[in-house]
Design a protein around this ligand. Structure first.
Ligand code: IDC
Length: 339
């Protein structure tokens, strides 16, 4: 009888400890008011896992901005705080395009990036500083600019645990390969960052719009720590084949971060694929893969979280009727209301 009682007490204690852990998971701010950065601190990679300062695996989830040159108005403190408090976002990704009116020709976008970084630091969120290689295809095209930019960011903010560098969003084009273009670019940019920031996480894009983690896995970056690799998917266009790639890459030792995914087709439009989205979400959770959803805008495209023209002043405080179908679904996922 006594043994049974002891057994029951131990089981109860273990259960309470475990459920506490589960409850804390995915909270942007916990019940004691502690932000995710206060709880997790400096991130690190152990094996293929993104881990907190204490070495425990964590999964971070949040929203990506749209291109800062178009919807940079949402990259402000009110919206970021709203995403933390109402959407339960632990991270924000600020997408600095180079082309299409981006940073290559518009230096005024840097202060918007800085504003996003400072808002995340103030609100205890992680921030992905995204160098949005896309229509430029080959990251080497803007290598010098990238080194200059990331050196400055690392110098100013490298001592904050909040910063995550994404040095190359989606290299693409048949002549743009991991071995000849992306890896050499990444090695130089990483060296530049590491002069000032020895340890925050750096995420490297992969070829074919960050779909080729299997290729990066064959020739990963060595002699560096806290490096991750990007896999992007859009639930209406990519499914099982990509999940298999991700599983295989993890098995071969490659740490993966889904820095961008959408509920729609790869065009960012074409309807919301709820069932396929939830399949992905379960896969990402089961594998502790962190993610950011594309994106915060009111352009009227299906992957945008706001309805066309909602919240024109970009201050957050959105009500249900302001949100698009994708916005409602992603908010529920982030709030742990859908799994
Ligand atoms: C798309 C935007 C769209 C914009 C276009 C410009 O949703 O409004 O006109 O960029 O290039 C990506 C890219 C991301 C794309 C997104 C959807 O990283 O920049 O945004 N996507 O097409 N990769 C796969 C899909």
């Amino acid at each position: 009888m006594k043994k049974l009682l002891i057994f029951m007490i131990i089981t109860l204690l273990l259960f309470t400890a475990c459920s506490k852990k589960t409850k804390d998971t995915h909270l942007a701010v916990d019940k004691d008011g502690k932000t995710v950065v206060e709880r997790y601190g400096k991130l690190q990679i152990i094996g293929t896992n993104l881990c907190n300062q204490a070495g425990e695996p964590v999964q971070l989830r949040g929203m990506s901005s749209h291109g800062l040159q178009w919807y940079g108005k949402y990259a402000n403190e009110n919206v970021i705080k709203w995403l933390r408090d109402d959407w339960n976002c632990q991270l924000f990704r600020a997408a600095l395009y180079l082309r299409e009116g981006g940073y290559a020709t518009n230096g005024a976008l840097k202060p918007i990036m800085i504003k996003s970084i400072e808002a995340c630091i103030k609100n205890g969120m992680y921030i992905i500083v995204d160098w949005h290689v896309l229509s430029d295809k080959d990251p080497l095209v803007y290598k010098t600019k990238a080194i200059e930019f990331f050196t400055e960011i690392a110098q100013k903010y490298g001592s904050y645990p909040n910063i995550i560098y994404e040095i190359c969003n989606e290299p693409n084009g048949k002549d743009v390969t991991w071995n000849n273009n992306i890896k050499p670019y990444a090695e130089e940019v990483i060296d530049a960052i590491r002069q000032y920031d020895p340890d925050n996480i750096i995420i490297v894009g992969t070829s074919t719009w960050s779909q080729d983690v299997h290729i990066a896995a064959q020739n990963p970056i060595t002699d560096q720590t806290n490096i991750m690799y990007t896999l992007h998917f859009y639930a209406g266009s990519h499914g099982e084949q990509f999940r298999k790639r991700a599983s295989d890459a993890l098995k071969s030792g490659l740490p993966i971060f889904v820095t961008e995914w959408g509920t729609t087709k790869a065009s960012g439009d074409g309807g919301v694929f709820e069932k396929e989205t939830l399949e992905w979400i379960r896969f990402l959770s089961a594998n502790n893969i962190s993610w950011a959803n594309w994106s915060v805008n009111n352009k009227g495209e299906d992957s945008g979280i706001l309805k066309y023209n909602a919240d024109k002043t970009a201050q957050g405080g959105w009500q249900e009727q302001d949100l698009s179908t994708s916005g409602k679904l992603v908010r529920q996922i982030l709030r742990n209301e859908r799994k």
